[in-house]
Structure formats: structure tokens, C-alpha cells
Design a protein around this ligand. Structure first.
Ligand code: PLP
Length: 456
């Protein structure tokens, strides 16, 4: 039996890791050369690594540990549920109390008319569910040809074959023959990078109208759904101009195209409301959820589905599901996570305490000569780096080099801030306090200063 503990020397752990563990989205040369950073524990918004560093996690893991690390309530609920019923499936007309309660609670929290939940193990799986569900819905309604789905370049919806196809990450499409047929991508509402001389409002409208053009090109009778994140996360925290979503909504209503709002990052308080759809004024037919649903403590995802679609799907046998759809331990932990969010008034904390302090700090960081602007919605933000603030110019060196340099300097200053290309992205646990936001500010400023000096 292989025994590995946090007490082993870091180099030994790294060598064993590099020898046998295949990491997602990782260059293996980098792993072999430097070894992976070994994270040993977490408390609140801080992580500890095998070298004893205490690191401020301004990414909440992967945009998910919204309640912070070390919440004993979540651990205790998991242990109790494991003792009582560690697993049972929800196939073939069976159910259990954790999944009954979680579905009912989600129906209560979701926007009006979204009252039904199909569970999955992750956001990717949930989007695969959505892909099939909207096609089956239209086929059952007598429109089997209404099967094409429109998405956006640089959107992210997961990395299975279906969800990776829905996403618009071209570097993912280059591997493994994606996207699958029937999925089409339009431009993203990224004014900072692509808006040129247009005002954000003009640009937002123009990008939304690409949807109308695409629907007309394909024929409205062939288009099942439009999928998008209310605020793009993995693409670089792209907050759309305020003209964007109203126009998208108008177009989808006009052509009878369903809206799938991918709330995997935006959901559960990240943008200041329970769902990013509320923040952006979207009326979705389906919402994809995962991550913050359990604060990342256990893997769980799902689709919250409107009455009309659920009625059609529930009337047939939908030949779809996952062994872990509505896993009792995951459902119990998610339910407890939602209870804590409500009992601790996390949304009030976000709106009245954390987000204003966060915004004030971001505005100050936005003054840094290396930072071209500030994109922020609630507790998710990005700071694009630029060699020339006024023109939002790109760096002459390969895309992502400056962002990578800054990320490395964040690590050196005990801060996790990720980079997407040359944008620094930030998504701290929602429970972060103003004092902790000050610590974030100091470390981020040091990292930006160090990067600026190195680039000169
Ligand atoms: N959708 C969005 C918006 C995401 O950000 C992600 C993951 O980052 C996913 C879907 C995929 O979720 P998962 O990694 O749980 O499969």
C-alpha cells in the first residue's frame, strides 16, 4: 500500500505526483521542472502549502469555496449522511430525503418558474444534460430539427465532449475533434479586448445582434437554445456592457430560442444575487449549477429547469442520468451549504460589506500603470494587464506571458490570483472580510509592482 502524508519532504511528494498523476490543464514539462505546489490544508480564506506558506486564496479554489475552508458544519453533515445512507441512486423510481430537500430548496431560491432540478456530478455533466434535454424537448414538441445550439467564443461550459463543444475555447477545440456538429459560436461581449473605438454600449448591442444574424443564418426553426454565462468567468471575467443581455433576451424571445444560463460560477451569490441571471436581468429556461452549490466541498452539479420543459421531459422516459445524480452525501452537504448561506446572511455580507470593499481596492489597483481597467461584478473581477493604459494595448510578447509573470509573483507574495492570458482574475471566498481584502490589496500590489519592474 502506498503511504503518502503531508509530512514527507515536498520534493518527494512532487516527484511521486509528477510520476503518476495526470493533471488537468497543465503542461507536464512545467510539472517535471518545478513540481506542483502541494497544498496541505485550508482555513477560512487561507491555504497552507507543504513549505508552511500561508496563502490568501483569491480564487476560492476554482471559483467554488464560497464559504471558505474548514467549515465544520459541512464536514459533520457529510459524516452523518455517510453513516446513514452513503449512496443510493435516483434511477428507476427511487429517491431519498437529501435529494428531495435539496431540489425543493433550489426551487425556492431559483427565479420564478424554475422549479425542477436534474442533478449531475459536475458543471460539465450538467451542460451535457442540457444539450440533450433541450433537443429532446423540441423533438417531443414536434420540432426535431430544432436542435442547433448557439454559444459564444471564449465562453466556458466544461470539458466533456458535449460541454467542451458548447464552450468556445478554441484551444480546447483543437484537441479531440471538437466541437461536435450542431453547435455554433458567435463573438463574445468583451469590450476591453475587442471593442476598439466603439462605446461599450454600442459594442454590447453589436455583439448581441450577432445572435440574431446567426439564428437567421441557421433558420429559427432549427435553433434550440442559446447558452451563455451571465458573466463569463474562465474566459477572463468579462462583464458584458449593459446593452448586451436585454438585446439577447429580446432576440431569444422573438425567435423562440431557449436560454440556458450557465450559473456554474455566477450562481450562489458570486454576483451579489442568488443567481447571475437576476443580476443581469436574464429570464432563463434552464440554469446550470455546480461549484458554489456545495462551496466545492463535494462534487455536485445540476440543471434547474423551467416548468414548461420539465412537464415535457417528465412525461417521457428521458434516457439520461449519472450514477451520482443526486448523490445523498453531496445533496446533504449542498443543502447545509445553502442553509449556512441563508442563516449567515451571506448575500447581505456580499452586497453591504465585501463587494464595496473589494470594488474600492480594485479601483485602486486599476490605477496601477500595468493595469488597463477593472471588470467587476459582485465578488468576481479581472484586471487586464497592458503596456499602455490609454489605448488598452496588448503586449508585444506572446499572449499570456505578462499574466503568467504576474501569477508567479502573486505566488511569491503568498497570493493565489489566476491569469487568463494577460488578465488577472479574482474570485475570493464570499465570506472574505474587509481586513482580509486589505491583505489581498497589499499582496496584489506587490505582485503588480514586481511584474512591472520585471517588464521594464
Ligand atoms: N460552466 C462554467 C461556467 C464553468 O466555469 C465551469 C467550470 O469552471 C463549468 C461549466 C464546468 O464545471 P465542472 O468543472 O464542474 O465540470
Amino acid at each position: 500500500m502506498t503511504t503518502v502524508s503531508n509530512h514527507l519532504p515536498t520534493a518527494e511528494l512532487q516527484a511521486l505526483d509528477a510520476a503518476h498523476h495526470m493533471h488537468p490543464f497543465t503542461t507536464n514539462d512545467e510539472l517535471k521542472e518545478r513540481g506542483a505546489r502541494v497544498i496541505t490544508s485550508g482555513k477560512g480564506i487561507y491555504l497552507r502549502d507543504s513549505e508552511g506558506n500561508e496563502i490568501l486564496d483569491a480564487m476560492a479554489g476554482l471559483w467554488c469555496v464560497n464559504l471558505g475552508y474548514g467549515r465544520e458544519e459541512l464536514v459533520n453533515v457529510a459524516a452523518r449522511q455517510m453513516m446513514e445512507l452513503p449512496f443510493y441512486n435516483t434511477f428507476f423510481n427511487t429517491t431519498h430525503t437529501p435529494v428531495i430537500a435539496l431540489a425543493a430548496e433550489l426551487a425556492k431560491l431559483a427565479p420564478e418558474g424554475l422549479n425542477h432540478v436534474f442533478f449531475a456530478g459536475s458543471g460539465s455533466e450538467a451542460n451535457d444534460t442540457n444539450l440533450r434535454m433541450v433537443r429532446v424537448y423540441w423533438a417531443e414538441k414536434g420540432h426535431p430539427q430544432k436542435s442547433h445550439i448557439i454559444s459564444r467564443l471564449n465562453g466556458y461550459h466544461g470539458s466533456t465532449v458535449g460541454s467542451g463543444s458548447l464552450g468556445g475555447m478554441t484551444y480546447m477545440h483543437e484537441q479531440g475533434g471538437l466541437p461536435i456538429p450542431g453547435i455554433h459560436h458567435i463573438g463574445q461581449p468583451d469590450w476591453y479586448a475587442e471593442g476598439g473605438d466603439h462605446t461599450p454600449e454600442e459594442f454590447g448591442l453589436a455583439r448581441a445582434q450577432e445572435l440574431e444574424a446567426k439564428i437567421l443564418e441557421l433558420g429559427a426553426e432549427n435553433v434550440a437554445a442559446f447558452i451563455a454565462e451571465p458573466v463569463q468567468g474562465a474566459g477572463g471575467v468579462i462583464v458584458p456592457p449593459n446593452t448586451y443581455w436585454p438585446e439577447i433576451q429580446r432576440i431569444c424571445d422573438k425567435y423562440n430560442v431557449l436560454i440556458i444560463a450557465d450559473e456554474v460560477i455566477c450562481g450562489f451569490g458570486r454576483t451579489g444575487n442568488w443567481f447571475g441571471s437576476t443580476t443581469m436581468g436574464i429570464k432563463p429556461h434552464i440554469m446550470t449549477i455546480a461549484k458554489g452549490l456545495s462551496s466545492g466541498y463535494v462534487p455536485i452539479g445540476g440543471s434547474i429547469v423551467c416548468d414548461e420543459i420539465a412537464e415535457v421531459i417528465n412525461a417521457i422516459e428521458f434516457n439520461h442520468g449519472y450514477t451520482y445524480s443526486g448523490h445523498p452525501v453531496c445533496a446533504a452537504v449542498a443543502l447545509e451549504n445553502l442553509r449556512i448561506m441563508q442563516d449567515d446572511n451571506i448575500l447581505d455580507h456580499v452586497n453591504n460589506v465585501a463587494a464595496p470593499a473589494f470594488k474600492a481596492v480594485l479601483d485602486q489597483l486599476g490605477e496601477h500603470p500595468l493595469v488597463g481597467g477593472v471588470n467587476v461584478s459582485g465578488m468576481m473581477a479581472s484586471l487586464p494587464l497592458t503596456p499602455h493604459k490609454a489605448s488598452r494595448a496588448k503586449f508585444a510578447m506572446a499572449k499570456g506571458t505578462a499574466g503568467f509573470m504576474c501569477r508567479e509573483r502573486c505566488f511569491a507574495n503568498n497570493l493565489v490570483m489566476r491569469h487568463v492570458g494577460d488578465r488577472m482574475i479574482i474570485s475570493p471566498p464570499l465570506v472574505i472580510t474587509p481586513d482580509e481584502i486589505d491583505v489581498f490589496h497589499k499582496r496584489a500590489k506587490l505582485a503588480l509592482d514586481d511584474t512591472y519592474k520585471a517588464l521594464k
